[in-house]
Ligand binder design. Structure first.
Ligand code: FES
Length: 126
């Protein structure tokens, strides 16, 4: 059953959209990692982002679980925007490093990063 929300605008505001500085996508498999393992990482990321006050109405970060980032090996795979930093082997322990070093500290975790694709600055507006 679908969750009931007031409006998309209200939902976006409750998640800090407009104040976000980083967006973390985490793949929970099934091809890059066993889904049970991927879900363990996802549960950890959700819990820690809440504990660290990284996600919420004041931002500064957003998290999204996905079912495939098209890498399909070496998972769990994750990517952080706007840097376009792709990470492999995102176990709960490595997720903690990504949260502390990249999401909070703003520094890429070099030994977990396997690809980079910085997105160009936006030229449009809503
Ligand atoms: S299933 Fe995770 S990247 Fe494809």
């Amino acid at each position: 059953m679908a969750k009931t929300r007031t409006t998309p605008e209200a939902a976006a505001a409750s998640f800090g959209v407009g104040k976000l500085t980083r967006h973390l996508f985490v793949c929970t498999g099934p091809d890059c990692v066993d889904p049970e393992v991927g879900l363990e990482t996802w549960a950890y990321v959700k819990r820690r982002m809440k504990e660290l006050n990284l996600a919420g109405a004041d931002g500064p970060a957003y998290r999204t679980r996905c079912s495939c980032l098209r890498i399909c090996t070496g998972g769990p795979i994750a990517v952080v925007y706007p840097e376009g930093t792709w990470y492999r082997g995102v176990t709960p322990e490595n997720a903690e490093r990504i949260l502390q070093e990249h999401i909070i500290g703003g520094r890429v975790v070099p030994d977990l990063c396997f690809a980079r694709n910085v997105l160009p600055p936006s030229t449009g507006s809503l």
